[in-house]
Design a protein around this ligand. Structure first.
Ligand code: PLP
Length: 391
């Protein structure tokens, strides 16, 4: 397909994208399809969209002080329709699935991918099969979304990495269109997080973009988007990128620490179930992207993750545990001097506070550093006065 180069001129793109925000067409207003020149060459009637993207970018001054940087903005991807950034990838992936004539879409998931795919498949009228780890490692909130949207849901006696191997092995035999982040259209949709963020910053790139890393789809998508924006002249300089893994699921961080040594899969374990991944499929693309942006990869322990989450929550924004890994890692990189005190930082919160209520409730019920435990009182005025007096 011959590309009309003038349509990719930076000034033209900025104007076209800004104008679409005023449009009444759902695809123009979508925070993904508004940027469609850089996402996927589909016709509008092929798209399955439900108002994804257009998420908030919040200044977080108290959190910036806690972390120790001059400026911190939180891009809250939990504000997507099913509560995580996965919707940006799924609107692209499911639209392409329809175009290709697929009848059933499928994924392995730690929870959010299945919640999102189940919703978009229902809208598109496609069959949907999801494989999630059985038991405590999939949050009840996420599992309930997949069930409610009507996906055929297999809770397997194995972890996410095993589920992904199985669904990949069976995809062609069962004629399934696979929508894990091995699917390149997912990543194309997720690039819009960076377009939207940079547009909101008037195309003035921050010093750092910080995000959690699990299967490394976002790491791949963000670095690709930033390099494309730089190449097209939409931004005048490249930010650096900091990827944060949970300490118990950190093969990418280990590869980085070993001078980009060959990635050694691990048996993953962390409270941040969305990044409980030991063999990230996107690591080749992600490592190329991190290198191109002079990026860093680090880890955060579960305690650091949950303390950071408590402060993101208390700031009035809120996120699920995996999202807070980014903030915990940012604080660590700042303390180690990797990130400077005068840095301008954007951290991406990947999922909504309500995605994992059990993790939040158990943090606040315990003796954690920032716990805000509920106070049980008898149902009379004196008891309430006594309880408040003791505060
Ligand atoms: C999927 C997910 C991640 C991990 O993202 P990758 O692109 O796989 O690295 C992090 N946080 C949340 C909330 C997620 O749903």
């Amino acid at each position: 397909m011959a590309r009309n180069l003038s349509a990719y001129d930076a000034t033209t793109l900025r104007e076209v994208w800004a104008a679409r925000r005023m449009s009444l067409t759902p695809y123009d207003r979508s925070g993904v399809w508004r940027f469609r020149e850089l996402i996927a060459p589909l016709d509008l009637d092929e798209m399955t969209a439900r108002g994804e993207g257009n998420t908030g970018l919040y200044p977080a001054d108290a959190l910036a002080r806690w972390v120790g940087v001059a400026s911190l903005h939180l891009k809250h991807e939990g504000e997507n329709p099913t509560g995580s950034f996965k919707d940006r990838g799924m609107t692209a992936g499911v639209s392409v699935a329809r175009r290709l004539g697929a009848s059933t879409v499928a994924c392995a998931s730690t929870g959010n991918t299945s919640a999102s795919l189940a919703s978009y498949a229902a809208i598109a009228g496609l069959g949907c099969l999801v494989l999630v780890p059985a038991g405590q490692h999939t949050s009840a909130a996420k599992l309930s979304q997949a069930l409610a949207y009507g996906a055929k849901t297999l809770a397997i006696h194995g972890d996410f990495d095993r589920a992904l191997v199985l669904v990949q092995a069976l995809a062609s035999e069962l004629d399934l269109y696979l929508l894990n982040s091995v699917n390149p259209w997912r990543l194309e949709g997720q690039k819009s997080i960076m377009y939207e963020t940079l547009e909101a910053l008037a195309w003035d790139a921050p010093d750092w973009i910080v995000l959690p890393g699990g299967n490394l789809g976002n790491t791949s998508a963000f670095t690709k988007a930033l390099l494309e924006m730089y190449e097209l002249g939409l931004i005048a300089r490249l930010p650096r990128i900091a990827v944060v893994q949970a300490a118990g699921a950190s093969p990418f961080a280990a590869s980085y620490a070993g001078g980009w040594a060959r990635l050694q899969p691990v048996r993953a374990d962390t409270i941040a179930t969305a990044i409980r991944i030991g063999d990230p499929v996107n690591h080749p693309k992600a490592s190329a992207g991190v290198r191109a942006l002079d990026g860093v990869v680090t880890t955060a322990t579960d305690t650091e993750i949950m303390d950071a989450k408590a402060l993101v929550d208390r700031a009035g924004i809120g996120c699920e545990p995996a999202s807070a890994a980014g903030i915990a890692g940012l604080r660590k990189l700042r303390r180690e001097g990797e990130i400077a005190a005068d840095a301008r930082v954007v951290a991406v919160l990947t999922g909504h506070l309500l995605k994992d209520p059990a993790a939040t409730a158990s943090y606040h019920a315990g003796a954690a550093e920032y716990a805000n435990p509920p106070i049980e009182v008898d149902a009379d005025e004196d008891s309430i006065r006594a309880a408040l007096g003791a505060l």
